[in-house]
Design a protein around this ligand. Structure first.
Ligand SMILES: NC(=O)c1ccc[n+]([C@@H]2O[C@H](COP(=O)([O-])OP(=O)(O)OC[C@H]3O[C@@H](n4cnc5c(N)ncnc54)[C@H](O)[C@@H]3O)[C@@H](O)[C@H]2O)c1
Length: 373
C-alpha cells in the first residue's frame, strides 16, 4: 500500500480533535472524514479543517466514506458497537482507552479483527511517550535492579464522567504503563473508592495490583483534588525512578538510593540496615508528542501488517483489571483474583456477564452502558 491511508475519526468532543490534528499532520495519511452527532462540534472542526469531510452519520461514514481505517473517540459505552461495525465493514480500527466496557466485548472485537486480518489498536497513549519509553529502556537494562513496587497518582479536579468511574477514566494510563514495565499480569486486584459527587460513580479510587514474587503496584485516581498530579515511582532493588509527567522539564529522575539487609549477623546489636544515598541523575529525553507517535504507529501497523504495541490483547488485559477493580469496589476492597489469562477467561471469573459491564459501582448495580448490535 503506497498511497496515503484514508482515516475517519468518530467523536469530535474533548479528545477526538487531538486525533484529528495528528492524523491530518501525518504525511502518509489522508484524514478523510470527521464524524460526530453534534452539528455544533462538526461546525467548529470544519472551521479549522475546511478540506476534511464532515458527517453526522457513522454507518454512512463506514459505508460510503471511502476510508481504510477508523479511529473511535466516543464515550466508552459506544466503543464496542462502533468498533464492531467498523471491523465488520473491513476497516482497520483504533479505539480510545479503555477498549470497551467489558472483557467479553474486547474478546469479541479481537476475534473479528483476527478473522478479517485487520489491525485493532487501543489508545494507550502513554506507551508512546518519550518519558515512558526511556523508563522502559532503563528498567530493561537492569539499571534499577529487580522491581519491588510501583506507585502512581493521577489526580485533578474533574472532568467528571457520567458512565464510568474515575478508575475506568484515569487508571488506564497507569495500568498500561505498569503492565508494559512489569511484563506480567497481576494475580489479584483490590480497589476501594467513594462517590462524593455523582451517586454510584466513584470519583476517588485506590487500587492495588499484586504480582508474583511480592511485587505490587498502587494506583490512586481522583477527580476531586485541587492539584493536577501525574506521578509514578518505580522502586527497584538497586535504584528508584520518579516520573513526574506534569514537570515541564526533568520529567524522569533516577535516584541511586536503596536499603539493604546485612547478609548475616550474630547478635541483634550487630544488625543494621545499610542505607545507600547516591547521586540523582536526569536522563536526556527528547520532547515529542506521544499522540503523534501513536497515530504514526497505527498507520505503520496497517501498512506493514504488524501487531500494535497497544494491541487488542493489551486492551483486553487492561479491561480485565478494571472489571476486577469494579468487583473489588463492591466488596469494599476485597481481593479479586484475576482468573484465567486473556482468551480463556469465562465471564463468571470477572463477575460480569457478557454485555453487562461494571465501570461504575458504589454498591449498586452498574448502570447499563452497552447496547449490543
Ligand atoms: N488517550 C488519552 O489520553 C485520552 C484523553 C481523554 C479521553 N480519552 C478517551 O477518548 C474517548 C472520548 O472521550 P472525550 O472526553 O473526548 O468524550 P466527549 O464526550 O467529550 O466526546 C465524545 C464525542 O462523541 C460524540 N458521539 C457520541 N455518539 C456518537 C455517534 N453515535 N456518532 C458520532 N459521534 C458520537 C459526542 O457527540 C461527543 O462529541 C474516551 O474513550 C476517553 O477515555 C483518551
Amino acid at each position: 500500500m503506497n498511497k496515503q491511508i484514508r482515516v475517519g475519526v468518530v467523536g469530535c468532543g474533548y479528545w477526538g480533535p487531538n486525533l484529528i490534528r495528528n492524523f491530518r499532520a501525518l504525511a502518509d495519511c489522508q484524514l478523510k472524514v470527521m464524524c460526530d452527532i453534534s452539528q455544533e462540534r462538526l461546525a467548529h472542526l470544519k472551521s479549522l479543517y475546511p478540506e476534511v469531510e464532515a458527517s453526522t452519520d457513522y454507518q454512512r461514514t463506514l459505508d460510503e466514506g471511502g476510508v481504510d481505517a477508523i479511529a473511535i473517540a466516543t464515550a466508552v459505552k459506544y466503543h464496542y458497537n462502533m468498533a464492531k461495525a467498523s471491523l465488520l465493514a473491513g476497516k482497520h480500527t483504533f479505539i480510545e482507552k479503555p477498549m470497551a466496557a467489558s472483557s467479553a466485548e474486547c474478546e469479541e472485537l479481537i476475534e473479528i479483527a483476527r478473522q478479517k486480518s485487520l489491525v485493532l489498536m487501543v489508545g494507550h497513549t502513554f506507551l508512546y511517550s518519550p518519558a515512558v519509553r526511556r523508563i522502559k529502556q532503563i528498567v530493561d537494562s537492569g539499571d534499577i535492579g529487580e522491581i519491588r513496587y510501583i506507585s502512581a497518582r493521577r489526580l485533578n479536579l474533574g472532568l467528571f464522567q457520567k458512565d464510568i468511574n474515575v478508575a475506568w477514566d484515569l487508571a488506564p494510563h497507569d495500568i498500561s504503563i505498569i503492565l508494559h514495565i512489569m511484563q506480567q499480569q497481576p494475580s489479584t486486584i483490590n480497589c476501594r473508592g467513594s462517590a462524593h459527587i455523582t451517586p454510584g460513580i466513584e470519583d476517588v479510587t485506590s487500587m492495588c495490583l499484586s504480582f508474583p514474587k511480592e511485587r505490587s503496584a498502587m494506583i490512586q485516581s481522583s477527580w476531586l483534588d485541587p492539584r493536577k498530579v501525574r506521578e509514578m515511582t518505580i522502586v527497584g532493588s538497586k535504584r528508584m525512578i520518579v516520573y513526574d509527567d506534569v514537570a515541564p522539564i526533568e520529567k524522569v529522575r533516577i535516584f541511586d538510593a536503596r536499603v539493604e539487609r546485612p547478609p548475616h549477623y550474630d547478635t541483634f546489636a550487630e544488625f543494621h540496615y545499610a542505607y545507600h544515598y547516591g547521586d540523582v541523575y536526569v536522563p536526556y529525553i527528547k520532547q515529542e508528542e506521544p499522540l503523534k507517535t501513536e497515530c504514526q504507529h497505527f498507520l505503520d501497523c496497517i501498512r506493514h501488517g504488524t501487531t500494535p504495541l497497544s494491541s487488542g490483547k493489551a486492551g483486553l488485559d487492561l479491561v480485565r483489571i478494571l472489571e476486577a477493580s469494579s468487583k473489588s469496589l463492591k466488596l469494599n476492597g476485597g481481593a479479586v483474583e484475576l482468573g484465567a489469562p486473556a482468551g480463556a477467561a469465562p465471564a463468571a471469573a470477572t463477575g460480569h456477564a457478557p454485555g453487562t459491564p461494571g465501570p461504575g459501582t458504589a454498591g449498586k448495580p452498574a448502570p447499563a452502558v452497552t447496547a449490543r448490535a
